[in-house]
Write a protein that binds this ligand. Structure first.
Ligand code: NAX
Length: 327
């Protein structure tokens, strides 16, 4: 067996982590011959619940689970880790605006950004805790880990879009490729139907009902999270965990020819996005935790209008947290 992969998971006693930890430990994500050590971070009041999760992990007797530990100190939890899945954050309370949430969660990501300096040289960080793009910006700007190693999760939105396109076209989801979610994991995201492909053809050539893209597809993806909360009485957990693990795989394996995936990464100016913003982009991975942006895509007018709107939103979020940004 090879050297264990160390994976830090924050918010480890929460709902998304509960749906992710067992899959990480089982060998499903890194392979049946790859040992995994879980390093779990929680806040002190949740340490008891986390103990219960650890008992359950033990009770699965996963041959690939080579060790696990629970911490309430980020410096200890991130020591030597190869992956850090930053899931934990404060939920939005009654009457809280998005900007209040940004300021409430910001300090968590300042501390975790600094603590990530203790991680292994090859660490890759995935931020899930909301508002994930700007939390990711805060963590990255407070860390010495290169900004390219950070991403914020757009894969749930991508998966939602992929399923919706497949459903409308009446094809299996595997026939849908090249789905881009531009910008922010927020209701202002820009789901790109024009560049998506169904059976290798541009989606608008397969779905002739063009009004559907703007009247249903785009708003339904944007509001999907809220609909799940309305129906389930709780926010997306298993699908969010699944998307987080999809991202781990997407960055760990070469992206198949002719396809890409969506993740929010640091902007180097592609598509006119301000340098440094954490912006959802179409990416290809070398399979070595590195990525490049798929450049040169043109956007349908409604997608471009939404792209401009979400860019403004992320600029605004950056301004709200500017006191927390180091570089
Ligand atoms: P839960 O409330 O079930 O769990 C969050 C856990 O984080 C709690 O156990 C809490 O004790 C812990 N926590 C809080 N502060 C912490 C800190 N400083 N260090 C370590 N742990 C801390 O929420 P859950 O449903 O698991 O959702 C987690 C986050 O994911 C939320 O911020 C949620 O908004 C976000 N989501 C992001 C999505 C995305 O696509 N990016 C989609 C799903 C989800 O809404």
């Amino acid at each position: 067996m090879s050297q264990p992969i160390r994976v830090a998971v924050t918010g480890a006693a929460g709902n998304i982590a509960y749906a992710a930890l067992f899959r990480l430990a089982s060998g499903e994500i890194f392979g049946p011959d790859q040992p995994v050590i879980l390093s779990m971070l929680e806040i002190p009041p949740a340490m008891g619940a986390l103990e219960g999760v650890m008992m359950e992990l033990e009770d699965c007797a996963f041959p690939t689970l080579a060790g696990m530990a629970a911490y309430d100190d980020a410096e200890k939890a991130f020591d030597g880790v190869n992956w850090a899945l930053l899931i934990g954050s404060r939920p939005r309370g009654p009457g809280m605006e998005r900007s209040d949430l940004l300021l409430a969660n910001g300090p968590i990501f300042v501390g975790q950004g600094k603590a990530l300096n203790r991680a292994a040289d090859d660490v890759r960080i995935e931020v899930v805790g909301n508002p994930c793009n700007t939390n990711c910006l805060i963590a990255s700007s407070n860390s010495d880990v290169p900004a390219e190693r950070f991403s914020a999760m757009m894969h749930l939105d991508q998966n939602r879009a992929q399923s919706m396109l497949a459903g409308k076209a009446g094809v299996p989801v595997a026939d849908v490729s090249c789905v881009t979610i531009w910008g922010n994991h927020s209701a202002n995201q820009a789901p790109d139907y024009g560049n998506a492909k169904i059976g290798g053809k541009p989606a608008p050539q397969v779905i002739s009902d063009t009004a559907w893209f703007t009247d249903s597809f785009m708003p339904d993806i944007q509001k999907r999270g809220a609909k799940v909360i309305e129906a389930r009485g709780a926010s997306s957990a298993a699908s969010a965990a699944n998307a987080c693990l999809d991202d781990v795989r997407a960055f760990s394996r070469p992206t198949p020819e002719g396809n890409w995936f969506s993740s929010a990464v640091v902007s180097h100016g592609a598509y006119g996005v301000d340098e440094g913003l954490i912006f959802g982009m179409p990416l290809r991975s070398t399979g070595n935790k590195d990525w490049s942006v798929v450049e040169g895509l043109s956007m349908e007018a409604p997608v471009k209008a939404q792209f401009d709107k979400v860019l403004e939103e992320l600029r605004h979020e950056r301004d709200v947290v500017k006191e927390l940004l180091k570089k």
